[in-house]
Ligand binder design. Structure first.
Ligand code: SF4
Length: 259
């Protein structure tokens, strides 16, 4: 008799923390950070996720940073066990799937998400580069909210407008909550911001858009630093010509010293 092979996950860490970005800012989340990303954004503060480490780190009690290590890859059963241990009653508002690019683990998520939702009764939030609509379609029924990036060509070096539009349309066509995030620095191209605003407005001008000033984490030939206040004011005004909600919010978790 043959038994089906269960998909496994390549993990960086599992821990409890305060969300520092986007619509869920300030809420307490159970973070599952997946390894691997197919993009190479110059501002990435998670470059350690780009390859698979030999071990992943799992917090034992929420917020204590008392990590245990386990070898990669990890099974669904182990993940559920760790989540159950961390999920103290009433503490967490949601589960955050982050990375890396979590959608590179879509076959695993299809199996894992229904179980973790049943176990915790918590909503599931996906943080993503917003460029993999096919994988999103696989996991969409198990998500409650999505924070997707629009990667500007001047930032990523690649044109991803079509896949971003398809991705956002899929989100909007379902009942989940969605917002869009754009990283801006002092060299951000305002034409690309206008194009991003139009992309969102063509799907629904009510979708919230967050402009997030870059938090310089490494010196880079690309990153000249955070935008000036007057630039941000102009860009927000520019985008509000077509969109109803454009908010400027830096990464708040770094302000309180939470990495
Ligand atoms: S998509 Fe996210 S994890 Fe991947 S390189 Fe860009 S910022 Fe880093």
């Amino acid at each position: 008799m043959s038994s089906a092979i269960q998909p496994t996950a390549r993990l960086i860490e599992v821990f409890s923390a305060i969300q520092g970005e986007g619509l869920q800012v300030g809420t307490r989340q159970l973070f599952i950070r997946f390894a691997l990303c197919d993009l190479r954004c110059y501002f990435c503060d998670s470059a350690h996720t780009w390859s698979v480490p030999e071990v992943c780190h799992v917090e034992q009690t929420p917020g204590d940073r008392n990590f245990e290590t386990y070898p990669n890859p990890v099974s669904e059963r182990d993940m559920l066990k760790w989540i159950e241990r961390l999920n103290q009653p009433g503490l967490h508002d949601s589960i955050s799937l982050t990375g890396g690019e979590p959608l590179l683990h879509a076959p695993f998520l299809v199996q894992f998400l229904p179980q973790v939702r049943q176990l915790t009764q918590l909503p599931v939030y996906l943080e993503t580069g917003g460029h993999r609509p096919q994988e999103l379609a696989m996991v969409l029924p198990y998500l409650d909210s999505v924070g997707m990036d629009i990667k500007l060509p001047s930032v990523s070096g690649e044109e991803r407008w079509l896949s971003h539009a398809e991705f956002l349309l899929l989100c909007r066509s379902s009942s989940l909550e969605v917002f869009v995030k754009l990283i801006i620095d002092c060299n951000t191209n305002s034409t690309e911001l206008e194009q991003s605003a139009q992309l969102v407005a063509d799907i629904d001008p009510q979708i919230p858009v967050f402009l997030q000033p870059v938090t310089p984490v490494v010196t880079s030939e690309y990153c000249a630093g955070s935008p000036l206040p007057e630039q941000v004011l102009v860009w927000q005004g520019l985008m509000k010509r077509t969109l109803k909600q454009v908010r400027v919010v830096p990464q708040t978790h770094k302000m309180i010293g939470q990495l």
